[in-house]
Design a protein around this ligand. Structure first.
Ligand SMILES: Nc1ncnc2c1ncn2[C@@H]1O[C@H](COP(=O)(O)O)[C@@H](OP(=O)(O)O)[C@H]1O
Ligand SMILES: [Mg+2]
Length: 285
């Protein structure tokens, strides 16, 4: 769809997933499920003002499309960055996960789109995995939850936008449902909430607890899977996001690009631990 939208240009896409697992001979069931899901989604394209392919795509066409997402990005030119399922653990637990797409031009993120299918109606429910039994199940019908949103922003616009997810058979209309989002106005650390990854393996919880204490943050951290944390900051549902990976772990651009630009255009600031802007110009290997 990206190449069709850009006059069939060869688009450069840097993406987390590749076709290796799907191409294994013991992954036939998984591959069939992927092919069916892709075709079901494509059939819904007209709901969003896009064209569906005339016929359902075959297995080899879908594998070919995924294998095109093999760019390594870099400092020059234009690269799309895709994380089809960010927060894999959250996804398999029926909890928070995100679908993230960003456009990088000459090493700078210029567009970000962040789908958060399970973003709850009440921000308190973001934390629901901590009291899983007492909360409504994520598998409840979308109408009950009215959950899910897509956030997007363009560099330099000074605006970030949120569109609720469409439920049921409703048709998407651009004009009536997008709302502008802005970061929280709270500047008293005692009233601020910080969010961080759920998984201890992905951040140092005791270090962030120390930082929080020294900053005067009193509230319990909001632990959320995936880039939904960036969404929470952009929407003003939390004030701070901290992640300190173990030394040696190299952060991936697809885990940040879309979230960073959305938070920045919503009025926030994103830096590395040294206070420098994040670098999206590296080559991904
Ligand atoms: N040891 C590690 N330290 C920090 N981040 C890690 C990590 N191992 C994996 N990750 C990244 O953290 C992302 C999840 O972020 P979070 O912990 O905030 O939910 C993962 O995205 P995927 O789930 O798309 O692979 C993965 O890219
Ligand atoms: Mg990810």
């Amino acid at each position: 769809m990206l190449s069709a939208s850009f006059s069939n240009q060869k688009v450069s896409i840097v993406a987390e997933e590749d076709v290796q697992t799907l191409s294994n001979s013991d992954s036939v069931g998984l591959l069939t499920a992927v092919v069916n899901t892709v075709n079901e989604c494509l059939a819904e394209a007209p709901k969003y003002g896009l064209q569906s392919p005339k016929e359902a795509l075959g297995t080899s066409q879908i594998l070919e499309a995924i294998s095109r997402c093999n760019s390594t990005g870099g400092r020059n030119g234009r690269h799309w960055v895709l994380d089809p399922v960010d927060g894999t653990l959250g996804f398999v637990r029926g909890d928070q996960y995100a679908v993230a797409l960003a456009l990088i031009e000459e090493g700078k993120v210029v567009i970000g789109v962040l789908g958060c299918p399970n973003y709850p109606r009440k921000k308190e429910w973001l934390n629901h995995h901590q009291s899983y039994q007492s909360m409504p199940k994520m598998s409840d019908t979308s109408d009950t939850w009215e959950k899910g949103c897509v956030l997007y922003a363009q560099r330099g616009s000074g605006e970030a936008w949120m569109q609720p997810l469409i439920h049921g058979n409703k048709k998407h209309t651009w004009s009536n449902s997008a709302q502008r989002v802005q970061v929280s106005a709270i500047d008293d650390p005692a009233l601020a909430t910080f969010c961080e990854p759920v998984e201890k393996a992905n951040t140092n919880h005791s270090f962030t607890a120390g930082v929080a204490h020294s900053m005067g943050l009193n509230k319990q951290p909001l632990r959320v899977h995936s880039m939904v944390k960036y969404a929470a900051i952009a929407r003003g549902d939390a004030e701070i996001f901290m992640k300190f990976a173990q030394s040696g772990y190299k952060e991936k651009i697809w885990d940040h690009a879309a979230g960073v630009i959305i938070v920045e255009e919503a009025g926030g600031v994103v830096t590395d631990a040294g206070g420098h802007p994040l670098d999206f110009s590296g080559v991904c290997t």
